[in-house]
Ligand binder design. Structure first.
Ligand code: NAI
Ligand code: MG
Length: 367
């Protein structure tokens, strides 16, 4: 099997962590029955420096043609004063928009070896494995009207509009149910139908899709504020949580903090299935940014990016066994006590970015 991957390392620690993914890809090409054809481009500040845009048309075309995109991170103080539409984040937004990535997947997985460093009690998070499926292109962040107007009495009035259509809710619901079937087969839908019309429609459509298309997958509805509380009180009650853009932004950050460091958190963004091949456009990236404060020191944790590559194996390439292997290799190196600086406790010896990457490959060899 041959797959086309397009790598966009980006700025700051982006290239440092992406190097460790490249090492794993090379290892897989040499040791497994698969060929990843990798091409690489520029995004963010590094693209701006090279061509005056946050991503070139040529690289955008390559991203569209690839089976999946691996994205590092963008941004940094060097580009603080570039024009707004050419700022590093514009590259990320362009990719999301042109690839039509409407579903954002944020797993919250607690590696047993790090259960002690959670902000919650160990028994609440040990073995935690939940997936938040956030709608990414609709809702109150994009709805019109969106404005600040000055009233006759001199006050200002700010307006944001929460808008969802039937088809937008249907497609994110299907992503959530499809993913649940590959996991513990349960879906929780979070909204606020008690105070929001969009919540009423959300609940109605999720219920309809669930009962008509996924009758064997249990569905529960939970009010989004209660969901935030339950995530902190008893997170393991959840498997897949599906929610809109705003609630998903908040709930995924709550879930993230259950599991420890920013350097550990992967994500995936998926588009609609292609009419002919059924394959979804997809981009995989760590949740963290370009960490300019530690860039160049060799201390960046590559695990979030490597775990994002594991998600690519799972969701874009149907390589579930290999995805499990990569995740197991990560768990094993943590079990053995390897720590980059961000996940080290006082007194721990720490390893560099490349040492962590090499240790994960050594585990893959041994599995
Ligand atoms: P950040 O995520 O880059 O860093 C926050 C803190 O976490 C820093 O102390 C950093 O050293 C640490 N950290 C992050 N990733 C780490 C890793 N893999 N290993 C070890 N430590 C890690 O967020 P910040 O500082 O707010 O933003 C820095 C730049 O990144 C800004 O230009 C921002 O716009 C950009 N950014 C880009 C994102 C993206 O490309 N998707 C997302 C978030 C921020
Ligand atoms: Mg957020």
């Amino acid at each position: 099997m041959s797959h086309k991957l397009f790598l966009l390392p980006g700025d700051g620690i982006g290239p440092e962590i992406m190097n460790e993914v490249k090492a794993i890809i090379n290892w897989m090409n040499a040791n497994m029955d698969v060929t990843f054809e990798c091409d690489e481009g520029l995004v963010g500040g590094s693209a701006y420096d090279a061509c005056g845009e946050a991503i070139s048309e040529e690289d955008m075309a390559k991203a569209l043609a690839a089976d999946a995109v691996m994205f590092g991170a963008v941004g940094g103080p060097k580009w603080a004063d570039v024009p707004y539409d050419k700022r590093p984040e514009a590259g990320l937004l362009r990719l999301r928009k042109d690839l039509g990535l409407f579903a954002n997947l944020r797993p919250a997985l607690c590696y047993p070896a790090l259960a002690d460093s959670s902000s919650l009690k160990k028994e609440l998070v040990e073995g935690l494995d939940i997936l938040i499926v956030r709608e990414l292109t609709g809702g109150v962040y994009f709805g019109e009207p969106k404005e600040v107007v000055t009233l006759e009495d001199g006050q200002q009035r700010a307006v944001d509009t929460q808008v969802y259509t039937t088809s937008e809710i249907e497609r994110i619901t299907r992503v959530a149910f499809d993913l649940a079937k590959t996991r513990s087969n349960r879906v929780s839908s979070a909204e606020k139908h008690n105070v929001m019309k969009s919540g009423v429609l959300w609940k109605q459509i999720v219920t309809k899709i669930g009962s008509e298309e996924y009758p064997d997958t249990p569905l529960e509805h939970v009010l989004a504020d209660n969901c935030a509380m339950q995530l902190v009180r008893r997170p393991k009650q959840y498997d897949v949580i599906v929610c809109d853009n705003l609630f998903g932004d908040i709930l995924s950050d709550v879930a993230a903090m259950l599991t420890g460091s920013l350097g550990m958190l992967p994500s995936a963004s998926l588009g609609a299935p292609d009419a002919v091949t059924g394959k979804r456009k997809a981009m995989y990236e760590p949740v963290h940014g370009s960490a300019p404060d530690i860039s160049g020191t060799g201390s960046a944790n590559p695990i979030a990016t490597i775990a994002s590559f594991a998600m690519a194996l799972r969701y874009s390439f149907e390589m579930v066994k290999e995805a499990d292997m990569v995740e197991k290799a990560i768990a094993n190196v943590l079990e053995k006590g390897l720590r980059t600086r961000d996940i080290a406790k006082e007194g721990d010896t720490t390893v560099t970015t490349t040492q962590m990457g090499a240790a994960i490959i050594a585990e893959l060899e041994a599995l």
